[in-house]
Every structure is written in structure tokens, then in C-alpha cells.
Design a binder for this molecule. Sequence first.
Ligand SMILES: [Zn+2]
Length: 113
Amino acid sequence: MKNSEPVLTQVTNRRGIFEYVLGGSADTKLLNIRVFEEKVKKATYAKQTQAAEAKGESNCPLCAIGHGANKSRIYALNEMDADHVSAWSKAGESSAKNCQMLCVTHNRAKGNR
Ligand SMILES: [Zn+2]
């Protein structure tokens, strides 16, 4: 399940990461830390889209390896959402090196990890 916090929320509560991990807490307020900053998302989107266009495949890496109609679809930034490459609950940071953009469908499908 995905929480319904606004996606534009800034990542400000770094301490929340440790409280959540160490405490095994289910406090949903701490889930705000999963959100990437807008500039990180934009930079990741630009890099990913450029590479995808060069290869003629979708800028959603999960669409690109699929067999569906979206295999070579280039999504707009507002059709995608940021995903943690390493799950944030396993010390995955909300930083650029841990960010990939997925289409909204795939981001939702990955769920809460
Ligand atoms: Zn996709």
C-alpha cells in the first residue's frame, strides 16, 4: 500500500529514517522520508530519458524490459514517479544515486518497499 502524502513533500526528517529502522515503528508520519526532492527527480528523469531515447526504448526501465505496448514509450515527467533503487527501509537514501524514475503504473505496482 502506498501512503497518500503529497509527492512534493520535501525530505527534511533524516532522523526519521533511523527512528523507523531501529524502532521498527509503523508511524506513517515517518514515511515522508521516502520522497525525493523535486530537483533530484528532474535530474534523474533527464538522464534516464536521454539514455532511453538513444536506445529507442521506454524511459521507464520496467516498461523497457517488458513486452507491452509501452516498451518504447517516452513518458513525461508528470507521468512518472521516483522510486528507491534500494528500499529506503534497508538504508536506502533519498539521494540521486538511489533514485530511478518509473512510470506511475510500475511505481504503484512496486508498492510499499
Ligand atoms: Zn513502466
